[in-house]
Design a protein around this ligand. Structure first.
Ligand code: HEM
Length: 458
């Protein structure tokens, strides 16, 4: 065993260890220009230096980890030496999600996670299955054979509607739709800029910046009003907000309005785009792999025989589930997870000074030929239960891992499988012919110009 793979050295011992190798980059900017120019290519090229690579972005040192064991050390085994990465503390982002589950730390985060966890238990989540199917049916109800669609836009609308409905049940759906609309405006600038540029630019008081703060204030007003009305009525609407409102800690304490607001905004944001991307990439891969598509259709016919899917069908929609997993291997919606060292520590026998930023890339490790045969091939068959046993837990981590693992992973998997099954029974898609689908790594891994398809009724 290499030093540090399971048990981390003390800060004092860590200081005596060597630093990992890596590219030098520009004397002032470091590797930032190259990273911003071609993020995914840069991440892949850095692997030539080894499994742990160190590079500099201006004055910030970043470590890239490529090996599942080291990723496990970062996210799970030695998680206590790290906190979330610095970029999440940007005031711009903070104004939107506050101190919610994605951004909070330490005891505060632990309490919030404890309070929110019951809302995401499998059983509770199951009750949202009908909403997912109903909304998927509604989304396609007007589709016509031969129409052209940008599926990434359609899927985004659909998952936004689903998260709005599952967070706030129907009674306030008008307000909720309004929040949804403002939110889709808010996240627009996130789409057009590289992450680092985005963080730097948005510190400046530009008109877009002011508009952003105004929109967030408007959402605040609506969300606080919904919370106030819900507290006053005391009715359990069966939605996520009701669960969060009712959640009590061991000492009987509950979330304040401000905490509820932050969690609601966090779930809104974390809960829809990632799922929409998994769906969009799944349709893309199905449209370009006819043999997989045929097997998918065969399963739908066998399990559902033309009727709409239900939660109870999930255990038998195994191939659809495998398609979802394999899509997230090739096109992980979150293509990186980041942490910052809060003390001098070590990883794989290398020194990690306090303040270093560390990244694990789903994009790189999940396409590494050391961990997957034919890594660039779309092969859902690799996710049969026997084959899954062979894969290192941290060679595949679309939902992260360790204590900060995605709280919505069952929610997301259920949504993806039910939506694929609902739409896949009625329609199949062919790619518009002139289209080269390119990936755009912004905060998530998006198709640069959407997924433009022709719709075919089945
Ligand atoms: C395919 C869909 C999804 C993907 C790929 C995804 C991915 C992730 C990843 C990688 C993390 C960990 C980030 C880190 O460790 O720094 C995370 C955390 C989180 N996700 Fe998801 N997610 C998805 C869907 C959802 C959904 C549907 C929800 C809620 C409805 C959600 C809510 C959250 C929250 C609240 C956290 C923070 C958890 C914590 O730190 O305690 N996610 N997600």
């Amino acid at each position: 065993m290499k030093v540090g793979q399971q048990v981390a050295a003390t800060p004092a011992t860590a200081r005596r260890l060597p630093l990992p190798p890596g590219p030098k980059g520009h004397p002032i900017l470091g590797v930032m220009p190259e990273f911003n120019r071609d993020t995914l290519g840069f991440i892949e090229r850095c692997r030539q230096y080894g499994d742990v690579v160190r590079s500099r972005f201006l004055y910030v040192y970043a470590y890239f980890l490529y090996n599942p064991q080291d990723i496990e050390t970062l996210l799970a085994t030695n998680a206590r030496s790290y906190r979330k990465s610095g970029s999440l503390r940007s005031p711009f982002f903070r104004r939107l999600v506050g101190n919610g589950l994605v951004t909070s730390e330490g005891d505060f985060w632990r309490r919030q996670r404890r309070l929110a966890q019951p809302a995401f238990h499998r059983q509770r989540i199951s009750s949202y299955g009908d909403v997912m199917v109903e909304y998927a049916k509604r989304a396609i109800s007007q589709w016509q054979d031969g129409e052209l669609h940008d599926l990434s836009r359609d899927m985004n609308r659909l998952t936004l509607a689903i998260v709005v409905k599952t967070l706030f049940n129907s009674d306030i759906s008008k307000d909720a739709d309004h929040v949804g609309q403002i939110l889709s405006q808010i996240v627009k600038p996130f789409a057009s800029q590289a992450t680092l540029k985005w963080i730097l630019d948005n510190r400046l008081p530009t008109p877009a910046h002011r508009r952003y703060f105004k929109m967030v204030s408007e959402i605040d007003r609506i969300v606080f009003r919904i919370i106030g009305e819900r507290r006053a009525s005391g009715v359990d609407e069966g939605d996520l907000l009701s669960m969060l409102l009712a959640a009590q800690d061991e000492d009987g304490s509950q979330m304040t309005d401000a905490q509820l607001r932050d969690e609601v905004m966090t779930l809104f944001l974390a809960g829809h785009e990632t799922t929409a991307l998994s769906l969009s990439w799944s349709w893309y891969l199905l449209a370009t792999h006819p043999e997989v598509e045929q097997k998918f259709h065969r399963e739908l016919a066998e399990v559902l025989g033309g009727r709409a899917p239900e939660v109870a069908d999930l255990p038998r929609l195994t191939y659809t589930d495998m398609i979802a997993r394999e899509t997230m291997r090739l096109y992980p919606p979150a293509y990186a997870v980041g942490r910052e060292a809060i003390e001098d520590t070590e990883i794989a026998g290398f020194r990690v000074p306090k303040g270093s930023q560390l990244f694990a890339f789903q994009w790189a490790t999940q396409r590494d030929e050391r961990f997957f045969d034919d890594p660039s091939e779309f092969k859902p068959e690799r996710w049969t239960s026997e084959q899954m046993q062979q894969i290192h837990k941290y060679a595949y981590f679309p939902f992260g891992g360790g204590p900060r693992q995605c709280i919505g992973n069952y929610f997301a998997m259920m949504e993806i499988v039910l939506v694929l099954a609902t739409i896949g029974q009625r329609y199949r898609f062919s790619m518009e012919s002139d289209q080269a689908v390119e990936v755009l790594p912004v905060l998530s891994l998006r198709p640069k110009a959407g997924i433009r398809v022709k719709v075919h009724e089945r």
